[in-house]
Ligand binder design. Structure first.
Ligand code: SAM
Length: 363
C-alpha cells in the first residue's frame, strides 16, 4: 500500500481554505469537502501532510462502513470492520507520513450525529479491542473520562447517517497543538484559524505583515512559519502579552513591541497586510485609546495600509464594525463565517477603497 486516502479535520467554515492549502502544497488530489473535513488522495504520501497549517488534524482513512443504524447490535459491524482493517500497511503509511515509531497503546475517539441507542464509549470499546488485537498493543479506553497515555496509536471513528469512517491519526497528538505555544493568554487564537487568516491575506515574498493585537503571538508566528520571507511585527498594549509572544515566537524573526492600536508607531502607507483578531469580544475588551473610542482602530488601520494592501480580521459581530470600516475607507472583499467553540465569528477580508480612475479629457 503506497497511495493513501487521507482526511483533514478542520473547524467549520475553513474547509475550502484547507482544500486550497492541500492543492497548493501539492499534497494530493482533493476528493471532496464535508462538514469540518476535507478528503484527499495522495499518490506518494510523506511528512509534508503534517505541515498543514490550517487543518486541526490529519488522518489516514482505514475503512468506511455503511449500514450503521441506531441499535447497539450495529456496533458488531463496526467491530468486524476494525478487525478486518489492513493494520500493518496503514502503520507503514503512518511512518512514511512522519508518524512516530513504537506506539505504546491503542486509543479511540468516537463521535456521531443523530440519536443512537449507544454512546461514544460503546463505539470506542467496540472498535478498540479488535484494533488492539490487530496491532498487538494494549487498548486504553476513555470510558469514565480517563485520558489515554500520550504517544499511542489514536484512531478516530465518526458516524453520520448510516456511514462510519475509521481513521488513524498520523501525528502523536492533534495537529492543532503547536510546540511553540508555551504560554496562552485569554483570547488566544486557535492556531489553525490563525493559519487560515494568514492564508486568506495571500502573503507574497518579502511582504510586510502587522498584527496590532498580537496577544500571545499566534498570528505572527503562524505567518512566519507559513512564509519565511515576510517581514512581520506584532504589537499589543499589554506588556504581559508581548512577553508571552516573545517567548512563544523565539527564533521566528518576528519583531514584538508594546503599542496601542489606536496610535500605531508605523509610518503611513507602509504595511502590505494587517492580520488580526481584535479585542471586540467579551473575553478580551479593548483598552487604552480604544476603550474610549474603538473607531480609532479603523482610522489607524487605513492609515498604515498601503493603497494596494489588504487586511484580514476575525470579527465576532461584523455588521457592527463594517460601517466603521467603510467610514475609514475600507471595503469588504470576502466574508467567511466560521464556528469555533460555540461562537460564530466571521473572517473578513477588506481592502482600501480605490480612488476613482480619472477619465481622459473628451475631445
Ligand atoms: C483577542 S486578543 C488577541 C489574541 C491573539 N491573536 C492570540 O492568539 O493570543 C486581543 C488582544 O488585544 C489587546 N488589546 C486590547 N486593547 C488594545 C489596544 N488598544 N491596543 C493594542 N492591543 C490591545 C489585548 O491585550 C489582547 O492581547
Amino acid at each position: 500500500m503506497t497511495a493513501a486516502r487521507l482526511v483533514a479535520r478542520t473547524i467549520r467554515g475553513i474547509e475550502p481554505v484547507v482544500a486550497e492549502e492541500i492543492r497548493c502544497g501539492g499534497l494530493g488530489r482533493v476528493e471532496h469537502l464535508g462538514h469540518r473535513e476535507v478528503w484527499f488522495r495522495c499518490a506518494a504520501p510523506g511528512p509534508a501532510v503534517l505541515g498543514l497549517r490550517c487543518a486541526d488534524d490529519v488522518f489516514l482513512v482505514g475503512a468506511t462502513v455503511t449500514g450503521i443504524g441506531r441499535s447497539r447490535a450495529d456496533l458488531r459491524l463496526l467491530a468486524r470492520a476494525a478487525g478486518e482493517l489492513p493494520v500493518r500497511p496503514l502503520l507503514a503509511l503512518r511512518r512514511r507520513c512522519g508518524g512516530a515509531a513504537a506506539p505504546g497503546s491503542v486509543d479511540v475517539s468516537a463521535s456521531f450525529l443523530g440519536r443512537r441507542n449507544y454512546t461514544r464509549y460503546d463505539i470506542e470499546d467496540a472498535v478498540g479491542e479488535p484494533l488492539a488485537a490487530g496491532t498487538g498493543l494494549p487498548y486504553r479506553s476513555r470510558r469514565g473520562g480517563v485520558a489515554p497515555p500520550p504517544g499511542g496509536l489514536s484512531w478516530r471513528v465518526t458516524v453520520a447517517d448510516d456511514r462510519a469512517v475509521l481513521a488513524l491519526r498520523i501525528g502523536a497528538r492533534p495537529a492543532h497543538r503547536r510546540d511553540y505555544r508555551r504560554i496562552s493568554r485569554p483570547g488566544s487564537l486557535h492556531p489553525p484559524l490563525a493559519g487560515a487568516l494568514v492564508r486568506l491575506a495571500r502573503p507574497v515574498n518579502g511582504a510586510r505583515l502587522l498584527d496590532p493585537f498580537c496577544g500571545a503571538g499566534t498570528i505572527p508566528i503562524e505567518a512566519a512559519l507559513t512564509e519565511h520571507t515576510l517581514s512581520i511585527v506584532g504589537y499589543d498594549r499589554d506588556p504581559a502579552a508581548v512577553a508571552a509572544a516573545t517567548a512563544n515566537g523565539a527564533g521566528t524573526g518576528v519583531g514584538w513591541a508594546v503599542a496601542d492600536a489606536g496610535r500605531l508607531p508605523v509610518p503611513t502607507g507602509t504595511v502590505d497586510m494587517v492580520v488580526s483578531n481584535p479585542p471586540w469580544n467579551r473575553q478580551v475588551p479593548p483598552s487604552g485609546t480604544l476603550a474610549r473610542n474603538p473607531r480609532w482602530f479603523w482610522r489607524e488601520l487605513r492609515r498604515v495600509l498601503r493603497p494596494d494592501g489588504t487586511t484580514v480580521l476575525l470579527l465576532p459581530d461584523p455588521d457592527r464594525h463594517l460601517a466603521e470600516a467603510a467610514r475609514a475607507g475600507l471595503v469588504p472583499r470576502e466574508r467567511r463565517p466560521v464556528s469555533l467553540s460555540g461562537t460564530h465569528p466571521e473572517i473578513v477580508r477588506l481592502e482600501p477603497v480605490r480612488p476613482p480612475r480619472e477619465c481622459p479629457p473628451e475631445f
